[in-house]
Write a protein that binds this ligand. Structure first.
Ligand code: PAJ
Length: 285
C-alpha cells in the first residue's frame, strides 16, 4: 500500500512546471497520467503503474475541447472532480493538474500539433481533428511538466500510435508507458462513456469485447488472414442488430494501415455506436 499523502491541486501551467522542477530537484522522477476525469479503475491502473515505478505522480484532469467534434459530447462529458481526487489519492498520486480551458488555450492561441495522415485513420476518420486535439494537448502537458514518464492505456490504441509518433517526431524526452486494458468482470472495457449506457445498451455492448475475444481465439488457433479475422468479428457484433459498427479492422499498430496478414504485435481494433454512445475496444495479437 502506498503511503497516502496530501494531494496538491495545481491549476496553472506555471505551477505545474514549478511543481515538476521541485520534484526533480529532490531527485524524484516525474510520472504524468493525462486524463479527462470521470476516473475509473482503468485510470487507476495507470496511476498504480506510475506509483510502482517510483515516480512522483501527477494526474491531469482536463476535458480537452479541441479533441471533440462540434456535434460530440464535450458539454455533457461526465465530470466528477471530488471523486476523481479521492481515487487519485488512494492510488498514491501526489498532485492533480486541473486547468481551465482559458489556461490551456488562451483566447489568441492558434498553434496546433498536426500529426499528418496518421491522424486520419481509425477514430480520426470518423472524428476529423480529434487526434490533432489530442496531440496538441498532450504536447502542451509534456512541455509544461517535462515528465520522465507519461502513462497511457492501450484501450485507446490509435491514440497510442499518434502519441508515440508525436514523441518521436518532436523529440520529446518523455518515455511513454502503455498499460493494458482494464475490463469489467464480463469483459466490457472500462470507459468514462459507459456511464451513458442504459441497462439494455450495457448488455448489447458486450459484443465488442466478445468480438475481440473471438479474434484472439482465432489468432491463437493459427488464423492469420486479416479479412477472415475481421469478418469473424463482424459476425459476433451482428448478433446485436441495434449496434452500428464504425470499424472492425486488423491494422499495423504503428501506421494504423490495413494489412493482409496478422503478425505478433498487429492491432485488431473495433469501434461501434451503441445507441448514441460510441465505444471502442481492441487487442494486440
Ligand atoms: P481519458 O479517456 O480520460 O483516458 C485517460 C487515459 O486512461 C488514456 O490513456 C486511456 O487510454 C486510459 N484508459 C481509459 N480507459 C481505460 C481502460 N479501460 N483500461 C486502461 N486504460 C484506460 O484518453 C484521454 O482521456 C484523452 O484523449 C487524453 C490523453 C487525456 C488527452 O486529452
Amino acid at each position: 500500500m502506498p503511503v497516502l499523502q496530501k494531494l496538491e491541486t495545481l491549476t496553472t501551467i506555471a505551477d505545474l512546471r514549478a511543481w515538476s522542477r521541485a520534484q526533480r530537484s529532490r531527485g524524484r522522477s516525474v510520472g504524468l497520467v493525462p486524463t479527462m476525469g470521470a476516473l475509473h479503475a482503468g485510470h487507476h491502473s495507470l496511476m498504480e503503474r506510475a506509483v510502482a515505478a517510483g515516480d512522483s505522480v501527477i494526474v491531469s484532469i482536463f476535458v480537452n475541447p479541441t479533441q471533440f467534434g462540434p456535434k460530440e459530447d464535450f458539454a455533457r462529458y461526465p465530470r466528477s472532480f471530488d471523486a476523481d481526487c479521492e481515487l487519485a489519492r488512494t492510488a498514491g498520486v501526489e498532485a492533480i493538474f486541473a486547468p481551465t480551458v482559458e489556461e490551456m488555450y488562451p483566447t489568441s492561441a492558434s498553434t496546433y500539433v498536426d500529426v499528418g495522415t496518421l491522424g486520419e485513420q481509425l477514430d480520426g476518420l470518423a472524428r476529423p481533428g480529434h487526434f490533432r486535439g489530442v496531440a496538441t494537448i498532450v504536447a502542451k502537458l509534456l512541455i509544461a511538466a517535462e515528465p520522465e514518464h507519461a502513462y497511457f492505456g492501450q484501450k485507446d490504441a490509435a491514440q497510442v500510435s499518434v502519441l508515440r509518433k508525436l514523441v518521436r517526431d518532436m523529440a520529446f524526452a518523455t518515455e511513454l508507458v502503455v498499460c493494458p486494458i482494464v475490463r469489467e468482470a464480463d469483459g466490457l472495457a472500462l470507459s468514462s462513456r459507459n456511464a451513458y449506457l442504459s441497462a439494455a445498451e450495457r448488455k448489447q455492448a458486450l459484443v465488442l469485447s466478445q468480438s475481440v475475444r473471438r479474434v484472439e481465439n482465432l489468432y491463437e488457433r493459427g488464423e492469420r488472414s486479416a479479412r477472415l479475422l475481421e469478418s469473424a468479428a463482424l459476425a459476433v457484433i451482428a448478433s446485436e442488430p441495434e449496434i452500428d459498427v464504425e470499424y472492425a479492422t486488423v491494422v499495423d499498430w504503428a501506421t494504423l494501415l490495413s494489412i493482409d496478414n496478422a503478425v505478433p504485435g498487429t492491432l485488431f481494433a473495433v469501434a461501434a455506436r451503441v445507441g448514441t454512445t460510441r465505444l471502442i475496444d481492441n487487442t494486440i495479437l
